[in-house]
Design a protein around this ligand. Structure first.
Ligand SMILES: Nc1ncnc2c1ncn2[C@@H]1O[C@H](COP(=O)(O)OP(=O)(O)OP(=O)(O)O)[C@@H](O)[C@H]1O
Ligand SMILES: [Mg+2]
Length: 356
């Protein structure tokens, strides 16, 4: 059963269209991640689901209950939706414990016990309970906000950039912790992030927004492999995009002949490969027996376990084009040095992008 259903939501601020015809199904117990550039409407959408913003038109329902349509609106406090806003938004005049316990109906030791439990679940030390929000780091504030939202035992949890104040290591640890916490409690969640690797790792369902529109949604691996267009491809990671002629399931391009996942013939299309689909084999510049494409490594960006190389293609015998630069992901330790000559081969299918 789908927990949350968004049907053709629209929202305009003055002349600015913040949301345009947004429809999405969020399955029960799943984690949906919304990604998109700044200003694309992510927060507006979350606030609308939480009940702090109302659509100009469209319908929103949760577990079969209509929350908003043309005729009625359920107010935020009756929706049982947890919301962790982008800035945490703790009550500044309340301690950590009071913030977390804000919505709890229990009193006395049961209340104290629940607060301790919640602090523990978000890895906050119990000695922070009496601190004030301004005495916490950004990451700690975000964890208090998360514990406060969890305290409500929500039907749905909305998280707006919940890890943005954390450094890389803590960010990954928090992400795993929150994923486990949501899984243990069975709460459906929608998370907004700018971080593409976070999005790909956290999501069961990924939704990409641009200019107030939901441009594509689906399983993260499918979106990574089969992005609708070049912008979406680049938003989710590095990509090698080049023109090609598509014929009978093959792309003819500067890299030679590559199988494609789309059999429509097309004289001019853009194809995409992820850099890890390109493989390099070191050869001698004088080696005349090389089948396929030759290239020269022009740049090496070493980042530990991987190395991103820029290679410049040398012209194929029957091609007028030359000099195309490509990104290639190679293993950090065994990547060929800058200046070396390599043979380039491809793995898997190239993806044919839609024209925009
Ligand atoms: N209350 C408002 N009044 C007028 N314009 C608004 C209002 N809220 C949002 N907007 C505009 O709507 C657009 C979408 O804003 P939103 O906050 O949803 O973006 P976002 O995708 O969350 O961006 P970011 O990644 O920077 O947080 C922006 O252009 C913003 O300026
Ligand atoms: Mg935002």
């Amino acid at each position: 059963m789908n927990t949350l259903e968004l049907h053709s939501l629209n929202k305009t601020y003055g002349t600015h269209r913040a949301l345009h015809n947004v429809s999405l199904s969020v399955p029960s117990g799943s984690r949906t991640v919304i990604v998109g550039p700044s200003g694309s409407g992510k927060t507006t959408l979350l606030r609308m689901i939480a009940g702090f913003e109302f659509p100009d038109s469209g319908r929103l329902s949760l577990n079969g209950q209509t929350l908003v349509d043309n005729t009625h609106e359920v107010p935020a406090h009756q929706r049982l939706i947890g919301y962790v806003p982008q800035d945490g938004a703790l009550f500044p005049h309340m301690t950590v414990a009071a913030n977390i316990g804000f919505g709890l109906s229990t009193k006395g030791s049961a209340r104290q016990h629940r607060i301790d439990e919640l602090m523990d679940s978000v890895a906050l030390d119990s000695n922070m309970a009496e601190r004030w929000p301004h005495e916490l780091s950004g990451g700690q504030q975000q964890r208090v906000a998360l514990a406060r939202a969890l305290a409500q035992q929500p039907r749905l949890m909305l998280l707006d950039e919940p890890f943005s104040a954390l450094d890389t290591g803590l960010r990954a640890a928090m992400r795993k912790m929150v994923a486990r916490l949501l899984e243990d409690t069975g709460v459906t969640a929608i998370l907004v992030t700018h971080d593409q690797s976070e999005a790909l790792s956290f999501a069961d369902q990924l939704a990409v927004m641009r200019h107030g529109q939901l441009v594509q949604s689906g399983h993260p691996l499918d979106l990574y492999r089969y992005p609708e267009d070049e912008q979406t491809a680049l938003f989710l990671g590095d990509a090698v995009v080049m023109p090609a002629r598509i014929e009978a399931g093959w792309a003819h391009c500067d890299l030679g002949r590559i199988p494609v996942n789309n059999h429509r013939n097309n004289n001019s299309a853009q194809i995409m490969l992820r850099p890890e689909q390109l493989q390099l084999l070191s050869i001698l510049p004088s080696d005349a027996e090389v089948a396929g494409c030759r290239a020269v490594v022009t740049d090496r960006d070493f980042s530990g376990n991987t190395c991103t190389l820029t290679v410049e293609l040398q012209p194929l015998a029957n091609s007028e084009q030359s000099g195309r630069s490509l990104l290639v992901r190679s293993s950090g330790m065994y990547a060929p040095p800058a200046g070396s000559t390599v043979q380039v081969s491809t793995i898997g299918h190239a993806h044919v992008l839609s024209e925009v």
